[in-house]
Write a protein that binds this ligand. Structure first.
Ligand code: DX5
Ligand code: ZN
Length: 220
């Protein structure tokens, strides 16, 4: 049986009350906290860094899942590991040597992930499957919360599901962007097991109701 994980993205949280927000969303049933790092260089937006990761770390027991939308990635990886990150993922375009960056993440005691934009081909995964703990497929172009799910991503999810199954490795398949209660079942059916959701959860009055509805859809 598949283990499904829901990873609320704090990009849509109220940053003036971030500690309370992450505590509330974990109490509501979040399996991990998705932490979006944007550098105004690789993506046209600027968010949060290791200091904020360190600040929220004592507030939650669940893994902190850091999604690096930065270029270059290598020099910030050790800082996030020290700040308490558990999973660190990056986009191949942000790394000079993908294999080396993945190893750097593992050397710092974290799980390592690679992130593919909607238009990034799957071949980049082929020779690094043994270094991956997570593959993140973007279902929107990275940079902003609140965008609509790009439907052709479903085929890509299915293709990566097959790559993971064929590899016989234990690799999480995460999807990020436009995930809602009304499309999560379809995304799971395509093969995803880990779901990032920002605007669908934060900004809504009852986080538990939304997370419960998402789990309900996954059990159907
Ligand atoms: C977008 C970020 C996402 C974003 C998702 O670049 O990587 O994690 O927060 O937000 P929603 O769920 O609102 O599409
Ligand atoms: Zn993200």
């Amino acid at each position: 049986m598949t283990t499904y994980r829901i990873a609320p993205s704090i990009l849509s949280a109220d940053f003036s009350r971030l500690g309370e927000e992450v505590r509330n969303v974990v109490a509501a049933g979040a399996d991990m906290i998705h932490f979006d790092v944007m550098d105004n260089h690789y993506v046209p937006n600027l968010t949060i860094g290791p200091l904020v990761c360190e600040a929220i770390r004592p507030h939650v027991q669940v893994p902190i899942d850091v999604h690096l939308m930065v270029k270059p990635v290598d020099r910030i990886i050790p800082d996030f590991a020290k700040a308490g990150a558990n999973i660190i993922s990056f986009h191949p375009e942000g790394s000079e040597h993908i294999d080396r960056s993945l190893q750097l993440i593992r050397d710092h005691g974290c799980l390592a992930g690679l992130v593919l934009n909607p238009a990034t081909p799957l071949q980049v995964l082929e020779h690094v499957m043994d270094k991956l703990d997570l593959i993140l497929l973007m279902s929107v172009n990275p940079g902003f919360g609140g965008q609509s799910f790009i439907p052709h991503t479903l085929k890509k999810i299915a293709a990566v599901r097959k790559m993971i199954d064929d590899s016989d490795r234990n690799i999480m398949l995460q999807v990020d962007g436009g995930v809602k209660v009304d499309n999560i079942a379809e995304i799971a059916a395509a093969g995803a097991d880990t779901f990032v959701a920002g605007s669908a959860i934060f900004g809504k009055p009852d986080y538990k109701a939304i997370i419960d509805s998402m789990r309900g859809e996954l059990m159907k």
